[in-house]
Every structure is written in C-alpha cells, then in structure tokens.
Design a protein around this ligand. Sequence first.
Ligand code: BDR
Ligand code: CA
Length: 315
Amino acid sequence: RLPIIIDTDPGIDDAMMLTLAFANRETLDVRLVTTCSGNISQDKTNYNARSFLSYIGADVEIARGLEQPMFRELEVAEDIHGESGFGNVQFPAPTLPVSKRPAVTAMLETIMASDEKITIVATGPLTNVAALLLAHPEVKPKIERISWMGGAAVGGNMSPTAEFNAYVDPHAVEIVFRSGVPVVMSGLDVTHKAFVTIDEAKSILNIGTEFAEKAYHLVTYYLDVIKRTSFHEENYDQVLHFHDVCAVMYLLKPEFFEGQDCFVEVALEGLAAGATVVDYTNRSGKTPNVHVLHSVNRKAFVAEFVKAVKVISER
Ligand code: BDR
Ligand code: CA
C-alpha cells in the first residue's frame, strides 16, 4: 500500500477526492489528513473534513492547518462551494476529533516516523506543505512526491491567468516548486478534461444509497456557478468538474493520464499573481521541476470514480 498524507480544503470536489482515496484502502494507506484554508476558512475546512470522513467511516487523524496564506489575505470560494463548503448538503456532526497536533507537526512526525517514503496529496492552497518544507527541510528526502491539484498552463478560473489554489497562495507554490521534491501538477489543463456529465452523475444517484444521493447533490450544486468560468471545453457549462479527484486518481491509475516534465514558475505579484508559467518547449533551458498532466482518459476516470461511490456506499 502506498503511504500518503492528504492536505485538503473540503470543499465539494475535495470531498469527492476523499471518497476515491478512502474507497481504495487496499492500495492507499492514508496516514494523516490535514486541512488547509482555501475554499472556506480553516474552521470550516477542518470541520468538514471531520464530518465527511466520520460519515464515510474513515478512521484517520485529522489535523488543523494554518489559517492564512504566506503573505496574502485569504480569499475563499464560498460562491462556488456554498457558505458551509458543502453546498446544500449536510452531514452529521463529526465523531472524529481535531488532532492535538497542528498540521505541520503532524506531517513532520508522520513522515519522519515512516520507514517508507510518503506521498503527499494536496488539493488546496499549498500553505501547509510549504510551511513544512521551509521549517523542516529534513523531510524532503522522505517525500516520494507531491501530487497537487492546482495551477494551469493556459488560463485561470480565479483570475485571467490563475487557478484558484495557486492564486490563494502563490508564495507557497513557489516554495514547493523550488523545493527539489518531485511534484505532479494536476492543473486546469487536465482537470477541465476530467469532467462528469449530468447523465453520468445520475448514474451515481441511481446507486440508490444515502451516500450516493449526497454525493450527487454535492457535485450538482456547483453546476450553476461553474457556468461563469466557462471557456475550456465545449458544453463546459453542462458538466461537473472533478478537479481534486485527479490528484488521487493519478496515484491509483497513472495510466489514465498523460503529462510532461516541465520547468514551471509561478507569478507572485499583480494581475498575473498565481499564474503558473509552464515551459512546455523548454525555451528557458531550465531543468524541469514539475510533471505537468495535460490529458486524461475521461471515460475510465468516471467509471473508476463511480466504482468508488459504490464501495463507500456498501460499507
Ligand atoms: C480548485 O479550487 C477549489 O475551489 C477546488 O476545490 C479545487 O481544489 C480548482 O481550481
Ligand atoms: Ca480543493
């Protein structure tokens, strides 16, 4: 089993990512979940991670992360994910507690205590991960890689050029990209291709369990708001985006994806802040620091996700 730590800001697609991760316990050994501030405040992401994971019967430590990005003021995405972060869907109060360890300490101790290298899955702003790498560089050789949902080679969903997670904390992206730790970037280039159609979402609903119904209502919640950022795909406003799911799917099924090693730099200031400049043709001559995913076998991706909802539903 692949030992992983998940850093997340649930968040609708974050919850779907957790679904996929915890449905695949035979393959993934989730040692720790930490929450970052992003889609909503830290209080809410931590609460949501605990309530969602309690609901699906996960038994895992959940640690609280940093409140604010490195230098910028936190900008949340309640317009997309709803005030609670979970649209109109409610989960019972969590039974899983808040860890006594803060996220960075919990990550450090989990990594250093492991005999095997640990993979970090990050599906929000990279604040916690960057703080870990800055404060405790000794963890670097013990990290297998960081699978991050964020960034975009072309176009943004938060500003003309920036994807949300990169936009919220570009300085954290810079620290992670320069760390020397291998990074796989599932940016909008690939996540906009990893969509689920309304009909496919209905097949989730048709599983017929309470969990499947909640999953359906979660993902269909943000369809309306997504219409506003439409530009990548034809019929973009007719489909549901499963951004964060890519970061875990890549670990489970790398053969579903295509990508390229590239040098990537993030813009830190001004209108371009958070833009990830991907040097696909290596004009800069710089050594690639990120494996940038750009394509996905969508049908296989959707089938694997629906399977995960069934697995959780049957537990
Ligand atoms: C990213 O932004 C967040 O709103 C989603 O959860 C995802 O991590 C997509 O740009
Ligand atoms: Ca997220």
